[in-house]
Design a protein around this ligand. Sequence first.
Ligand code: AMP
Length: 194
Amino acid sequence: MKLILMGPPGSGKGTQAKRICERFDIPHLSTGDILRAEVKAGTPLGLSVEATMKAGGLVSDDIISSIVVSRVRSPEAQNGFVLDGFPRTIAQALVLEQALGFDALTAVIELVVPEEELYDRICRRAAESAGVQRADDNAQTLRLRLKAYRAETLSVSDFYRPRSPFFMIDGLAAPDEVTDRILQILQDDAVEQT
Ligand code: AMP
């Protein structure tokens, strides 16, 4: 099971990725979580990406791609993985394709959520996470994260559409419904065989 979950910030990728990983007992590779852990630990990598993340920009393709390539090739990922937050650019998608080989992905699933709803969700997430709020969870930074999403990441869907089993799901549905829809897709014969 080699799955990519795509979607803008606040679309519910993280929640869904965790559920799918538990179900299939495979690692959840969230590049945002990996980078936040580096920032928290004060590593050289963390220090080098902290300002970019706080401002809602994208970390360089080279840095993030080398992290992901080593994770997808690690023994923990031998039965598969769910990628959440990667690839965010075509350059990253090409590196992944080179690392895994053409045709390796089970599916690419995009959660579609309108922008107004994303602002509501991010503001709610910030209000509910008192004390442990993400440095980039606020309306001002979300504007920049969405700008990066529109400029760089939307085209990644176009990259995958002709290459991999590609699906779009209504991310406005209740989280349980979204999970059911993802599981349906993954149980579909055509997808199962890849
Ligand atoms: P996320 O938790 O996925 O929203 O990621 C939080 C932040 O980490 C992003 O706003 C970027 O600054 C950085 N980041 C995470 N994944 C990537 C990626 N694939 N490419 C570039 N920057 C990334």
